[in-house]
Structures are given as C-alpha cells and as structure tokens.
Design a binder for this molecule. Structure first.
Ligand code: NAP
Length: 492
C-alpha cells in the first residue's frame, strides 16, 4: 500500500507476512496476555501479517475448552482495544486460529496434549507470560516432554532475575535447555517505534552523529514518568522498587541506545555488543548522585503505603540519578535518569541537550540558546529539535527557540499514527527470528552487576526514600540534584 500525503512525507507501508507458526502462550488467561499479547496478535492478523497456517495456542492451568478460550479472547480484544482498532470481520477469523490446552507447569497434566497439538515444519515459539518463578520450570518441561524442537524459540518476560545471582541462575537454567539464539528476553521499550527511530536518527543521518559526543552534548536526560500508582500490584512492587522495576531494564536500554557506538551493521549481535560496552563503561554511582522518593497522599490520590498495603516500606516509587559513561565519547557528559509512579503526567522521553555556542556574536541581551533534541516515546511518539532563530519583528536581534517538530501522526499521516504496539512488533520479530530488539543474557547480567552494589549500599545504610506529593513532578531533592549542576529537569 502506498500512502502519499499532500505536502507531507511520502511513505510506503509494507506489511511483510511471516512464516507459518505455532505460538504457544503460557499464561494465556493472565493479565498481560489479555491486555497486550492477544490483542496485539489480533492486530497483526487484521493487518494481513499472519499466513493462513499460523496458529495460537493458549496454555494455563484453568480447565476450559477452545470455545471458552476464544470467548475470553474476544472479550479481551473488545475490552483492551479501542473500537477504531478493531475489525469485526477479522475477529471471527482470528478466533478460529486459537486453541487451548490446560497445562500445569508443575504437574504432569496437559503436556502430552500440548505435544500432540504441535506441528512439524512451522516456526515454533513459546511465550512465557507467567510468574518469573515458572520461567525455568517451563523451559525444563518443554525439554523433558520433548515438545520444543532444536529450533524452537522461547520468549521470556520481565523481570529477569532480581539481582545478578538470580539472573545468572535463570540464564543457566534456560541455557541447559535452549541455545542463546533461541532465547528472546523481552523489554517492551525496545519495541517502541521511537526507540528504533533513535537509531534511524543517529545512524541514518550525517547531521547528528558528528555532534553526538562530549564535545557538543552538555548532558542527556532520560525520563519515564507514570501517572499511575502501584495500586493493584503493590505487593509485587514493594519487593522491587523503581531501580529494579524500571532502571535496571527499561532506562538502561534507553541509555545504551543513546550512548552506544555505531554498530557495524543493524544485526542482533552487532547492536547488542555495542550496548553491552556501554553498560560495562558505567561508573559506580555515588550516593549524593541518587535521589529515591516515595509518594505521599495528595488530593484524591492515596499514598504509596496505602497502595502497597504496607505499614512501613523503604521501597522507592521514584528515582533520579546522575550517571557517567566512562569512555572517550562521553567523557564528563552526565546522563540524568528519572522515573517514578504517581507523577504529574505520563511522559517518556530521551532528551539531548547540546552545549551553547562557544561564543555569541550577539549582544548579551539577545540571549544565548542551546539546541535540544527530544525523542518522545509517549504520549504522542515523535521527535522534536529546538533551533535558535531571531525573534520575528522589529526590536533588534533577540534569539528564541522554535521547534522543528516531527510528530509521527502529523508528518506521516494517520496510518502511521497507528503504529504497532511494542508487543505486536516484538512478537513478530520472534517469529521472524530477529533478536536485535531483545536482550542478550550477558547484557542482563552486566546491568545487574552495575545495579546490585547501588541497592546493597542503600540496604547497608538503611536508606529511606524522601517523600513527594502524589501528582507532583517528584521530590524537591531531585530538582536540587540538577540545580547543583546549574541544570534543570524538563517539565513532566
Ligand atoms: P497473571 O495475571 O498473574 O497471569 C499468570 C498466568 O499464569 C495466568 O494465565 C495463570 O493462569 C498462569 N499460571 C499460573 N500458574 C501456572 C502454572 N503452575 N502452570 C501454568 N500456568 C500457570 O500475570 P501477568 O500480569 O499476566 O504477568 C505474566 C508475566 O508477565 C509475569 O512474568 C510478569 O512479571 C510479566 N509482565 C506483566 C506485565 C503486566 O502488565 N501484566 C507487564 C510486564 C511484565 P491459571 O491460573 O489458569 O493457571
């Protein structure tokens, strides 16, 4: 299909069908499968990306037949996809692709049935959308019952361990049954359109890469702000906190893609080798460069403790930190990371703040401005570059910033505004056998190796998070972290 927009970008959208597959979703009755995985697969189906032989097999302990499972999936699609993203004609045909097998990861029941369902000569993929304690168990069972072929792929959800020791253990368990080339550790941030666009912007233009270093970049800000609190998953969250839940994986991945050297090719191991080098170049973070926060009740919002149903807790629902990547490219250029729950708005972005011009030829009252490139992940995915121009009109030379804004929706039209959800893209990458946007085992371990001492130091000191008001932009101390360096956070 070719879409040409008047006066706007010309784009050719190609939906490339994938090979026929059997995709087994363990945990098919669970929250993630219902909210993301199954609606995502339905969208790919409606887009014509699934060949007629593709099949999706739900698996969980609940005893039910194919019809009951199909009904559950129909409900999930209608609940979690807005009407404009649904195609009623496609729905019936999609539901016909589904079947269900009742399987208990710990028991013997169901495994022979599952094996009987699987076909030869199609791509074989198993999505582990179950509690992390079951990841290793499922890998072992698939092997034991001789269900997974030598070329089968497994998709492993987060969290991947809770420290270096547990991540190593899980890697070893998976490696006992599957090769690294078969293991897809998912981080859905890597499936976002803008995250891949970050690579396109950096490595597809001559404009940015020469400036992408300590000589021209003053600092980088990476923010993942959420409006929601921890209510509903408070018990889980309280054992984890923002560092484990967000920084070790999602923010670390965004940092890697921003800071890495150009890979020789856009190929899985070339990209992942470069990301790994970034993690290994991270300096330890001094306590004065970290702010941990926990939200207090404010307005209609309950406090963290109420949401987590805990009387006391030292778990952080917010973290801000200043990080150094110790290499030639980034020498003394700080990366400021910030993420939290119950903040003023939902906003994720990577922002490159360039240095001011070394010398201003204009009068002092003209002002001196610096360029800012922001890559928005949500909401409204897009890229914005602020450039300095003269303020129009009389009154002499006064400088202002104006945005060169590329909202994907504005620039490329509604078809592209409708970009596939991260899960849709990533599942199709699994079927295609492309691991570029998945984390390799050594990357995950390196990220934990950097994270562990930071958490251990908090625990040894009995560190308590500082309070911030629910619905605010985080604790005052986070603003001070920036002010100290004569910088300020972008507004949330
Ligand atoms: P969930 O709602 O608790 O669902 C768990 C699923 O596992 C259910 O389908 C459950 O069905 C099945 N299950 C439980 N015990 C089983 C067993 N012994 N054998 C076979 N199946 C079993 O969990 P979730 O929120 O969907 O999360 C799934 C995974 O995704 C977790 O690793 C989580 O950390 C990760 N994740 C979730 C989200 C999210 O937004 N939900 C986001 C990121 C990552 P039965 O009770 O019928 O067996």
């Amino acid at each position: 299909m070719e879409a040409v927009r008047q006066g706007k970008a010309i784009m050719v959208s190609r939906v490339i069908p994938v090979d026929p597959f059997d995709l087994v979703i363990f945990g098919a009755t669970g929250d993630l499968a219902r909210r993301k995985i199954l609606p995502g697969l339905y969208r790919r189906f409606c887009d014509g990306q699934m060949p007629p032989e593709a099949r999706i097999i739900g698996a969980a302990r609940t005893e039910q037949d194919n019809a009951a499972f199909a009904e559950q999936v129909r409900e999930a699609i209608e609940t979690f996809l807005p009407a404009k993203k649904r195609d009623p004609k496609g729905l019936k045909a999609f539901l016909e692709r589904l079947s269900y097998v009742a399987v208990d990861a710990h028991g013997e029941a169901g495994w022979e049935d599952l094996r009987a369902t699987m076909r030869d000569n199609v791509v074989q993929a198993f999505y582990f959308s179950v509690a992390p304690a079951l990841f290793g168990v499922l890998a072992e069972r698939l092997h034991h019952f001789e269900i997974a072929r030598k070329d089968a792929r497994i998709v492993v959800e987060k969290p991947f361990g809770r420290d270096l020791g547990t991540a190593r253990e899980l890697n070893a368990t998976l490696a006992a049954h599957f090769d690294e080339a078969q293991i897809y550790r998912i981080d859905h941030y890597l499936g976002k359109e803008t995250v891949q666009n970050l690579m396109a912007v950096r490595f597809g233009n001559t404009l940015f890469e020469p400036l992408w270093n300590a000589q021209y970049v003053d600092h980088v800000q990476i923010t993942v702000a959420e409006e929601v609190g921890v209510g509903g998953r408070g018990a889980y969250y309280d054992k984890s906190g923002a560092m484990r839940d967000m920084v070790q994986n999602h923010l670390m991945q965004l940092l890697c893609l921003t800071a890495m050297e150009p890979p020789a090719r856009f190929e899985p191991d070339a990209v992942r080798d470069e990301k790994l080098k970034v993690i290994r170049a991270l300096d330890p973070v001094a306590p004065v460069d970290i702010v941990r926060g926990q939200y207090r009740a404010s307005g209609d919002h309950a406090s963290y403790l109420e949401d987590a149903e805990a009387e006391v807790s030292r778990t952080e629902s917010f973290i801000a930190m200043k990080i150094h990547v110790s290499n030639w490219r980034w020498n003394r250029t700080p990366f400021y990371l910030r993420t939290g729950k119950r903040l003023r708005s939902r906003k994720s972005e990577i922002v490159i703040h360039f240095k001011e011009t070394p010398h201003s030829i204009f009068d002092a009252d003209a002002g001196n401005r610096a360029n800012v490139l922001s890559i928005r992940l949500q909401p409204d995915e897009g890229i914005d570059l602020r450039v300095t121009i003269k303020e129009p009109g009389p009154g002499g030379m006064r400088l202002i910033d104006v945005p060169l804004d590329m909202s994907f929706a504005d620039a490329l039209g509604p078809e592209v505004a409708d970009v596939p959800d991260a899960y849709e893209r990533l599942i199709m990458d699994v079927i295609r056998g492309n691991q570029t946007l998945f984390m390799r085992g050594d990357e995950v371990e390196a990220a934990w190796a950097w994270t562990d001492p930071i958490i251990a130091a908090w625990e040894a000191r009995g560190d308590r998070p500082v309070p911030y008001h629910a619905g605010s932009s985080g604790p005052e101390e986070a603003a001070i972290l920036m002010h100290r360096d004569n910088r300020r956070w972008r507004e949330i």
